[in-house]
Design a protein around this ligand. Structure first.
Ligand code: ADP
Length: 490
C-alpha cells in the first residue's frame, strides 16, 4: 500500500510533542510491514537539519493557487532516520515557515491551510496517487476537505483519507476570508453546520470539524479518550459532530519505539537491565542521584517528566513534590512550560528548594536526562486533567518505573491499579486515582510509597508486571493498516 502522511511535525526533525513521535513511529512500522510511506512537512527554518540526510531540492516549480494568484514553492527531499520526507518551502512575503519557531503566530490558520493545499497540489502535479492520505491534528484538517471539494475533480478521485486527532483542545478557528484565499470559496456552502461551521462560534469555520466531516475515517489516540470525546466535554465542543460521524470513528492507542526506549540497549543510561535481571536498575538510581546531588539512602525516587501545562495538572505535580518529601521519598522533575506564569513559578520553587537533598527540578528539555530519570526512578507521577494517550507512562512501564496516574484518557488504557483493578494480579502495573484533587493523589502516592517500604518483594513484582506489557508499534501499526484496508475497499 502507498501511504502519504501530511503533518506539521515529525520526530526528531520537527518535534514539539507526542504528534511528532507518532508520525515517525507509525511510518516506520508501516514500512517494516512492506508498505511505501512518504511524509510531507513544512520546511521550517528551525528544524533539526542535522537529522536529515541527503537534503536536496526535487521540485522547483510548484505553483500553489492562493488568493488571486499563486505562490511559488520549492519541494525538498531528505531521509529522516530512514523515513522519506518531502519539505515544502513557499517563496512569498508571508514567510510562512521561516520564523524561528514551529507555532505561535497570529496567522496560524493561514499558514497551515496553505501547507495543506500545497501538499495536495504537490501530489497532484507530481502524479503521486497514494492509496491513503493520513493527516493529523487541526493543522491538516482541511486536507480531507480540499481533497473532496477540489482535488477529487482534478484526477485524485481514488485517494482515501484517515484523520487522527492527537489533541482536541486546538481546533483551528478561522473566518470566511480563509475560504476565499484558500480557493474553497462558496462561503454559504461551507458555513453550514453539516460542514465547517463551528458548533458554538457561528461566525467561524473549524478545521478539525472539517477533518472529521470529510475524512473517510477519523481516530483519536486511545480507546478511552475516544469514548470521552463522545460522551464528555473532552472534545471541546465537537461531541455532536463526532457522534454524527460515529460510524467511521475509533480510538487507536499510540505505540512507543522500543529501539529508543528499552533499558536493555538504551545508550543514555550507564547500566542496562531487563525484566529478568532488574538489579542493575539500582545502579541507574545512584547515577541519577549523583547527577542531581541527591542524598543517598534507603528512599524511593518519584519523578515527573513532561510539559508543565495546565493539561498535566500543574497544581497536583507541585503537591506530589511536597507530599513525596514529607513522606520519606525523593522527587525529581524534568519539564518546561510555555506559559510564563507557570515557568516563573517553577523557577521560584527550584530556587526555594535548592538546598534540599531530596529533590531536584530540571527546568529544560533534555532527552538524555529523561532516559536517566525513567531508568533511575522508582515511580513516576502523572496527575493529568486530560490525557489523550500519554507516552510517559508507557515508557516508564518499560523501564520498571511504577506509574501513579489519574484515571483519564489513555492512562486508563495502559495503567491498572494494583489494589482495585478488575484484572488478574499479574496484569496490574501501577496506581490509579479518580478525582483530580489532593486527596485522590495522596491516597495513590501513599499506597505506592507504603508498598515500597513495607513489601519490597511485592513492589518488585509490580515493576516486573509493567515491564511485561508490549506497547510497541506492533499492534497500533496493524490497527491502522486495518483501517486503511477498510476505507480503501469501502
Ligand atoms: P504530550 O504529547 O502531551 O506532551 P506525552 O506523554 O504524549 O505528552 O509525550 C511526552 C514525550 O515528551 C515523552 O517522550 C517525554 O519523555 C518527552 N518529554 C516531555 N518533556 C520533556 C523534557 N522536558 N525533556 C525531555 N523529554 C521530555
Amino acid at each position: 500500500m502507498f501511504i502519504v502522511m501530511i503533518s506539521s511535525e515529525c520526530a526528531p526533525v520537527a518535534k514539539v510533542g507526542g504528534l511528532a513521535d507518532v508520525v515517525f513511529g507509525l511510518s516506520r512500522e508501516l514500512e517494516i510491514r512492506g508498505n511505501s510511506v512518504e511524509i510531507i512537512l513544512p520546511k521550517y527554518d528551525c528544524m533539526r537539519y542535522d537529522n536529515i540526510w541527503g537534503l536536496h531540492i526535487t521540485h522547483n516549480d510548484l505553483w500553489v493557487p492562493w488568493g488571486n494568484g499563486a505562490i511559488h514553492c520549492s519541494v525538498w527531499f531528505g531521509f529522516v532516520h530512514g523515513r522519506k520526507c518531502f519539505f515544502i518551502e513557499p517563496h512569498s512575503n508571508e514567510n510562512f515557515f521561516n520564523r524561528g519557531a514551529f507555532y505561535g503566530f497570529h496567522d496560524e490558520t493561514m499558514r497551515f491551510a496553505f501547507f495543506s493545499k500545497a501538499a495536495l497540489e504537490f501530489l497532484l502535479k507530481t502524479g503521486k496517487r497514494p492509496d491513503v492520505i493520513h493527516c493529523h491534528d487541526w493543522h491538516t484538517g482541511l486536507v480531507p476537505v480540499m481533497l473532496a471539494e477540489i482535488y477529487k475533480h482534478q484526477g485524485m478521485e481514488n485517494q482515501r483519507t484517515c484523520y487522527t486527532i492527537h489533541n482536541f483542545k486546538h481546533q483551528g478557528i478561522a473566518g470566511a476570508n480563509l475560504l476565499t484565499i484558500s480557493g474553497l470559496h462558496r462561503i454559504d456552502y461551507y458555513y453550514s453546520y453539516d460542514r465547517l461551521r463551528d458548533n458554538f462560534n457561528h461566525t467561524a469555520i473549524n478545521f478539525m470539524k472539517g477533518g472529521i466531516v470529510y475524512s473517510n475515517f477519523f481516530t483519536t489516540v486511545s480507546p478511552h479518550h475516544a469514548w470521552e470525546a463522545q460522551h464528555s466535554n473532552q472534545s471541546h465542543g465537537l461531541a455532536h459532530t463526532i457522534n454524527t460521524h460515529g460510524a467511521k470513528y475509533g480510538g487507536v492507542l499510540n505505540g512507543i519505539d522500543y529501539e529508543v526506549w528499552n533499558p536493555e540497549i538504551d545508550r543514555f543510561i550507564p547500566y542496562h537491565y531487563s525484566r529478568d535481571d532488574i538489579d542493575p536498575k539500582y545502579g541507574n538510581k545512584e547515577a541519577l542521584r549523583d547527577r542531581f546531588w541527591l542524598s543517598k539512602g534507603y528512599k524511593p525516587i518519584i519523578a515527573y517528566v513532561g510539559r508543565l501545562d495546565q493539561q498535566k495538572g500543574v497544581h497536583l505535580i507541585r503537591h506530589a513534590l511536597f507530599f513525596a518529601i514529607w513522606n520519606n521519598a525523593q522527587f525529581v522533575l524534568l519539564g518546561t512550560s510555555p506559559e510564563r506564569d507557570t515557568h516563573n513559578y517553577f523557577w521560584h520553587l527550584k530556587n526555594h528548594l535548592n538546598e534540599s537533598p531530596d529533590c531536584h527540578l530540571e527546568l529544560s528539555f533534555n532527552e538524555e536526562v529523561s532516559h536517566l530519570i525513567y531508568a533511575g526512578a522508582d515511580m513516576i507521577v502523572m496527575p493529568s486533567i486530560f490525557e489523550p494517550c500519554g507516552l510517559t507512562q508507557m515508557i516508564a512501564l518499560k523501564y520498571g518505573t511504577v506509574p501513579i496516574v489519574r484515571a483519564v484518557g489513555g492512562l486508563m488504557d495502559t495503567v491498572f491499579d494494583r489494589d482495585y483493578a478488575h484484572r488478574a494480579i499479574e496484569d496490574r502495573n501501577g496506581y490509579v486515582f479518580e478525582t483530580a484533587d489532593y486527596a485522590g493523589l495522596e491516597s495513590a502516592m501513599h499506597r505506592a510509597i507504603g508498598l515500597w517500604y513495607a513489601f519490597p518483594g511485592e513492589f518488585r513484582e509490580l515493576m516486573r508486571n509493567g515491564m511485561r506489557y508490549d506497547f510497541s508499534w506492533n499492534y497500533p501499526g496493524q490497527h491502522y493498516y486495518n483501517i486503511y484496508e477498510y476505507i480503501r475497499h469501502k
